[in-house]
Write a new protein. Sequence first.
Length: 162
Amino acid sequence: MKLAPALVAAALLLAGCSGSDDAPAPEATTATPADAARSLDRDTLEKQAKEQAEQRVAADDELSRKVREEAERLSPTVSIVIRDGTVTPQGDRVEVSVGQRIRLGISSDADEEIHVHSDPEHTYEVGAGDSISKTFTIDTPGQVAIEAHHLGVTIVQLVVRP
């Protein structure tokens, strides 16, 4: 009979250690592993979509930059030098297309006004010792004179083709 009190003591000891440590039991959740997988998939998809959008913006920016560079490379450039009261070139003809970007590179040792007699007109001021670069387009076919106003010299005639 000595076994009975030992079993009772062991049972009480085990009952006392069975988790009554005053900490609340974790709440039961209704989320299933499938719910967690869907949430993870949604987060992954959102992250991938954001990364792809950023890559598209970067690619579009790069393409725009390359198109601008190529357009500038293909743009006709009229190099104008004003030195000692003389303008170079004088009376040259340059063929361009409607809407094509045209670049003027102007270097001058005197104050001068360059007029592009298009519609609308363009006027560029250049000071003594300045070197400037200006770009413009012409939207109407025909002939357009570019002249040095103070010197009264026609620099070039642009022949604007449709």
